[in-house]
Ligand binder design. Structure first.
Ligand SMILES: [Zn+2]
Length: 323
């Protein structure tokens, strides 16, 4: 399962920008996207765009439009057409079928309330550990439906033991997926394919071999690693960058509407001020304003990128005054 560390910084990687349009992107997202783009482009790589819009309840067309415009506003570009997840669900269905047929996944009819009643929340992110109630009961969705009268979702049967990943910034890491999360959903009972499954399927079909994203997705990497293994896919390299904190040391909340990129864009803020802040947060010395492309020659993904970045009220004021 271990990856060779020496190959993690390979030339000509394929990286990705993968916004999830469940709301407007904010300053924190901007930094992650800039770092992903700088990392791939500075190594002569291709960047692909993916719109992760499988959550039909939360994703809205105006957020999709805004995400594309935000990325362009930041000075980021990508190669080829965007992959929009909701346009074709067949690849996710095929992956589920393959896992189900080979006994790596199973139908689950439990409601969220039932799982909640049975298990303690997982300490770090409040996620419920699934206690395995439906494991081994039915082999197909039809069997589960006939036996219970409920529409089942699908869960990956998670093997006992630790899951190892290698992060370019953080080195070798191990996660106890079975103990912490348990058998996780790959398709919800309402039919929606889970984020973890879709990411793995799409990274493979878009040829993505280098992932740079926020630290909040670090524990997801272990679940995705299990899916790579079960689907016989080569895992990408990972770099999980630090999150952006406000002046009080709290994670920059999505609720801070004034720091939504769409808002800043509409207010006529100069994106070069934001780009310069992101570069400085990595120790790359630039002036008060910089184009994303101007940072490229001086960029290397250093361990410092794993540290949280401060976006204080003074930084917000600098942005406001740049109009
Ligand atoms: Zn169940």
């Amino acid at each position: 399962m271990a990856q060779d560390l020496s190959t993690l910084d390979k030339k000509n990687p394929v990286g990705r920008l993968a916004p999830s349009p469940t709301g407007f992107l904010h300053v924190g997202h901007a930094r992650s996207f800039l770092l992903a783009w700088w990392d791939t482009r500075s190594r002569g790589g291709r960047v692909v765009l993916r719109i992760e819009d499988l959550d039909r309840e939360r994703c809205k067309p105006e957020y999709v439009e805004a995400a594309r415009a935000d990325l362009e506003w930041l000075g980021l570009d990508w190669d080829g057409e965007a992959l929009v997840q909701s346009r074709d669900l067949a690849p996710y269905e095929r992956a589920c079928e393959s896992l189900l047929e080979r006994g790596f996944a199973y139908p689950c009819v439990c409601s969220r309330a039932e799982i909640h009643a049975l298990s303690a929340p997982h300490a770090s992110d409040g996620e419920q550990r699934y206690p395995g109630t439906c494991r081994g009961k039915w082999r197909t969705r039809e069997e589960a439906r006939d036996a219970t009268g409920r529409t089942p979702g699908l869960r990956l049967a998670v093997p006992e033991g630790r899951v190892a990943i290698v992060d370019r910034l953080r080195g070798a890491l191990e996660f106890e997926v079975a103990a912490e999360v348990g058998d996780f959903l790959i398709q919800r009972r309402d039919g929606a394919f889970a984020y973890q499954l879709a990411v793995v399927v799409d990274d493979a079909r878009q040829g993505v071999d280098s992932v740079v994203r926020g630290e909040d997705l670090l524990s997801s990497a272990a679940r995705q690693r299990l899916l790579h293994e079960r689907l016989n896919l080569r895992p990408p390299s990972y770099a999980h960058v630090g999150l952006v904190l406000d002046g009080t040391g709290q994670r920059l909340a999505k609720r801070r509407g004034d720091l939504a990129l769409a808002h800043l864009r509409a207010a006529g803020v100069d994106p070069r001020v934001l780009v310069a802040w992101a570069a400085r947060s990595l120790g790359v010395e630039v002036g008060q304003r910089a184009l994303a492309a101007e940072v490229l020659p001086r960029f290397t993904l250093a361990p410092r990128a794993a540290q949280p970045a401060q976006f204080s009220d003074a930084e917000a004021e600098l942005l406001r005054r740049s109009t």
